[in-house]
Ligand binder design. Structure first.
Ligand SMILES: [Mg+2]
Length: 314
C-alpha cells in the first residue's frame, strides 16, 4: 500500500539534491526514500512498463531548451509509449545523471518532470541521481490497462487513423540544427509535446485495436506497425494532416511528434473525438494483405524514399 508520505532521508550531498527536488515535486512524488517503490495495480488490469533514455547531445542540445523543458520532454516522451498501449500512467521512476555544469539546473529539470507528471496523472515513485559526464534522464513509466493496444494486431481491411497534425516538431528540429528562425508554434511542439493519454483511452474504448506513437516519423513508425502485423499499409499523402507551410513529404519524416496511429475495423467517430479533445482524428490509410511494407501514394502514384527520423544525427 503506497503512502504519500516520504521516508526521512539521511545526510549527504546526493540526499540534499533529492530533498530539494522533493520541494519541486510537492503533491506529485509519493513515498520517496525507501529501497524500492510500491505500486497498486487496479484489480483485473495488467501492469504496462516502458523505459526511455534522454541524453544530452544525442536527443537534445543544451542551447535548444530550458532545463524545465528538458525535464518535461524526457518524461512526456517516455509517457507516450504508455499512450501507444492505451495504458493509464500510474507512476514513474526517474534516473538522473547530472554533470557538475548542470548541477544548478537540477531543480528546474525536476520542475519540468513534475509538469509532465501533472499532465499525465503519474506519480513520481522513486529514482536515482548520480554524477556523470553528460546529462541524461532515464524514465521508467508504469501504467495499467485492461485492454491494451498492440503493434501486431493490424489485419487487412482495417482503417488507420492519426491524431493531430504532423510536421511541427521536425521543422523545429531543422531550424534549431540550422540555427535559422524558429516558428514559436513549431518550437512548442518540440519543447512541450503532449502524450495522447486520454485520447488513447478514448480510442481503445471506441474500438481501435492496434497502435503506435509517432516517435521516429510517421513513415518509419508505420513500417514498424506493418512489420509487427505482417501486412501492407497504404497511405495517401493528401490525407495526412500537416501543419501549415510544411510539405507532406517532410511531415511524414518528422520525428518526436508523439501523435498516435491506430488501426480499427469499424469506422471511428472522428467528429466526437475532435469535439472532445480539440484535436483532429483523421483517416490516413488502410491495411491490405501483402508484403510487410508501407506504400505512400500521391495522386495515386507511389512516392519513393519517404524518409524517417534519425535519432543520432543531431
Ligand atoms: Mg513508442
Amino acid at each position: 500500500v503506497t503512502s504519500p508520505e516520504h521516508i526521512a532521508l539521511g545526510p549527504g550531498r546526493e540526499f540534499d539534491a533529492i530533498r530539494s527536488l522533493l520541494r519541486e515535486w510537492a503533491g506529485v512524488a509519493e513515498h520517496i526514500g525507501d529501497d524500492a517503490a510500491l505500486l497498486e495495480v487496479p484489480r483485473g488490469e495488467r501492469l504496462v512498463a516502458s523505459v526511455d533514455a534522454c541524453i544530452e547531445n544525442r536527443h537534445f542540445r543544451r542551447e535548444w531548451l530550458t532545463p524545465r523543458e528538458i525535464g518535461y520532454r524526457a518524461v512526456a516522451a517516455a509517457s507516450s509509449d504508455l499512450a501507444a498501449m492505451a495504458a493509464r500512467p500510474l507512476g514513474i521512476l526517474i534516473a538522473l545523471a547530472v554533470p557538475d555544469q548542470w548541477r544548478a539546473d537540477l531543480d528546474e529539470i525536476g520542475a519540468g518532470i513534475a509538469d509532465a507528471c501533472r499532465g499525465t496523472g503519474a506519480r513520481i515513485l522513486g529514482g536515482n541521481t548520480t554524477a556523470a559526464g553528460e546529462l541524461s534522464i532515464t524514465t521508467t513509466v508504469l501504467g495499467s490497462a485492461f485492454a491494451v493496444l498492440e503493434r501486431s494486431t493490424l489485419r487487412p481491411g482495417d482503417t488507420l487513423y492519426l491524431t493531430g497534425s504532423l510536421g511541427a516538431s521536425g521543422a523545429a528540429l531543422h531550424a534549431l540544427r540550422a540555427n535559422t528562425a524558429l516558428d514559436p508554434s513549431h518550437r512548442v511542439r518540440f519543447a512541450r509535446p503532449q502524450p495522447r493519454i486520454a485520447e488513447s483511452q478514448w480510442l481503445a474504448r471506441a474500438g481501435a485495436h492496434a497502435a503506435i506513437d509517432v516517435s521516429d516519423g510517421l513513415a518509419v513508425d508505420l513500417a514498424h506497425l506493418a512489420a509487427a502485423s505482417g501486412v501492407t499499409i497504404e497511405v495517401h499523402l493528401e490525407d495526412v494532416p500537416v501543419v501549415p507551410a510544411i510539405p507532406a513529404e517532410r511531415a511524414v519524416a518528422s520525428g518526436e511528434e508523439y501523435e498516435l496511429v491506430v488501426g480499427a475495423r469499424a469506422p471511428l467517430d472522428t467528429a466526437d473525438f475532435a469535439a472532445r479533445f480539440g484535436l483532429p482524428l483523421t483517416r490516413i490509410g488502410l491495411v491490405r494483405e501483402g508484403d510487410t511494407e508501407v506504400v505512400m501514394l500521391r495522386a495515386g502514384v507511389r512516392v519513393a524514399n519517404v524518409g524517417g527520423y534519425d535519432h543520432f544525427t543531431i
